[in-house]
Design a protein around this ligand. Structure first.
Ligand code: VGL
Ligand code: ZN
Length: 208
């Protein structure tokens, strides 16, 4: 039994694993329109992970919040990630070479999309599920911004769709609005069976 558990902990089949990087865009980093405190600190662990993934032939997806100029979410949030603007660009430090697909979300004027899988009506698909089911993905590893919104919704959908789901604990940062929402989000994810691992732990599993 111990041997089996140890094996699962130490080994990860990268070909069956997706690294999913959520919304590492200028507007969610320091100086951005909807800045998450220390948002840019996720860049370095994510680059390390995506580099290791690409070396092993793994798939890396990034999402990009991509709103029209008068998007419905601007009633709730400050105007952010307007398509084609610098705020919507990926953080300049994020290594895009390992990225194998980009999912843009929130581009329908009347509908917001926190999750990388479904828009906020819970039924309009982004296409990511189809894409990764066709490529035999079983595990989804998630990092990025923000812990209490887009990471939370993406991880919960991933788990609900039946993927083994792991959040990279040192590669997520939250808005924490309302106060306590990051803690609540982490508890919600853990209760749903989503695992938390450090980027170091995942790197050693990938390089196993
Ligand atoms: C996000 C609020 C609005 C996020 C995106 O990436 O978590 N939050 N749009
Ligand atoms: Zn948004």
């Amino acid at each position: 039994m111990t041997v089996i558990i140890l094996f699962i902990l130490l080994y990860m089949d990268v070909k069956k694993t997706l690294l999913l990087i959520i919304d590492v865009q200028n507007d969610f980093c320091t100086g951005g329109a909807l800045a998450v405190s220390d948002g840019e600190t996720v860049v370095s662990p994510l680059n390390a992970l995506s580099g290791a993934f690409s070396q092993k032939g793994g798939m890396v997806a990034v999402t990009q919040d991509w709103h029209g100029d008068d998007h419905v979410s601007f009633g709730i949030w400050p105007k952010h990630c307007v398509k084609g603007t610098k705020g919507a660009d990926f953080h300049p430090g994020l290594d895009l070479n390992p990225v194998t697909f980009i999912i843009r979300k929130g581009f329908r004027q009347e509908l917001d999309s926190y999750s990388a899988f479904f828009e906020n009506d819970s039924s309009t698909a982004t296409g990511l599920e189809g894409c990764i089911k066709q490529t035999n993905i079983q595990t989804v590893i998630i990092g990025g911004l923000a812990t209490d919104y887009c990471v939370l919704y993406s991880a919960m959908d991933s788990r609900r769709l039946g993927f083994h789901t792991i959040v990279v604990s040192d590669a997520v940062r939250g808005v924490n609005n309302p106060e306590g929402s990051v803690e609540k989000a982490i508890e919600t994810m853990k209760n749903a069976g989503i695992e938390f691992r450090t980027s170091q732990e995942i790197l050693s599993m990938v390089n196993g």
